[in-house]
Design a protein around this ligand. Sequence first.
Ligand code: HAM
Length: 409
Amino acid sequence: MKYQRPRGTRDIIPTESSSWQFILDTCKHYLEASNYKQLITPIFESTDLFKRSVGESTDIVNKEMYTFLDRSDRSLTLRPEATAGVMRAFIENGLHREQKPIKLWTYGPMFRYERSQTGRYRQFHQMNAEVLGDDSIACEVESIFIIKNILNTLGIEHTIEINSLGDKESKENYKNYFKDFVKDSLDKTCDDCKRRYEQNPLRMLDCKVEADQKIYADAKKPIEFLSNESKERLDSIKSILKNSVEINPNLVRGLDYYNDFVFEVKATSEILKGQSTICGGGRYNNLVEHLGGSPISGYGFAIGIERLLLVTSRTPKKNISIMVASNQPEIFSLCSELSKEDLILDIAWQPKKIGKVIEQAVKKGHDYILFYLDNEKENGTIKIKDLHSRKESDCKVSAEEIIKVLKNE
Ligand code: HAM
């Protein structure tokens, strides 16, 4: 074929789109049940916004952004994640004036130029949640409960790993320790890590090069440098969430804005292979101020929709599905009435052979056929055929009566 979808993108075809919608509805349900409100932001933002928030030392900013100059030579970037744009919108629209905590959800496509494989795409979708103005551990705990509800509804088995990077002071202490630990081996590390050493040494812990990981393996972990306050926060979270989470001291996350609590959720299914992380997030108390807003604490997470789609075992409840076979024009207004209910309708207009209509309806997965042809018109009835039991019944030509019959069955 001459035209193919760009590498790293996906089409969600009709056989998948009802599951896709079910995933979104499930996420939205649990987020809105916890008083998150929707915020919609642009798909592209100024490049500087991502450099400043996601961080110049990250792989996302260095290697993965879709950046372009528009016709007025402005540098713009297709958003690689949602948090930066949400913070920009929060500051620009004065949302800090709202009653706190301010809980926002965003959904949409994100773009990262990554090596594509199952579960890793260049355009992918996130359901993203942020809480501004709540510094208590309620954010962390509530978010884990929300995520567990979503994943349980979708039938996705998972594990949740948590860690703490520490507050500003703990992070600074760790940075100094780690720089000292690694300085004599620096010439053996990859070029990226040499750059990370100058920009943000903590990023080195996130390096994918095996030889580098061997060099860092014996280093102490950030969790060993936590201030009393950071340690108490982590302990309290763990004591509430108990065995539903486990501490992974190696977890650092791939974005620069985090402090204190971070977490990742992994699907246990084999399908995702190396891309088993279905959700990640953490606290970012300095980000809004760093972007020029008044200081306010922040916390959030994002769920990867494509990855959930690959591993979910649940499909949404199917609406009753009906084929309507008729040659009478009044059928269109009747169908229009019926479509106000939770029904799926197909119309076979002026069918030539009844047998063929039945065959088509079965193949399309309909539950019923409604006949309103010459005979039925004469009798003033609609014939309802149940395609599962093959039983037939007659009913008055009224949407209300038809619904009654279908619901009784
Ligand atoms: P992240 O860990 O970069 O965090 O992405 C969150 C989730 O998006 C991942 O766990 C994964 O499921 C999905 N994802 C990421 N990259 C890809 C990809 N190339 N293909 C398919 N799915 C992908 C963030 O983006 C943060 N903004 C989360 C956050 C919100 N932290 C605080 N607030």
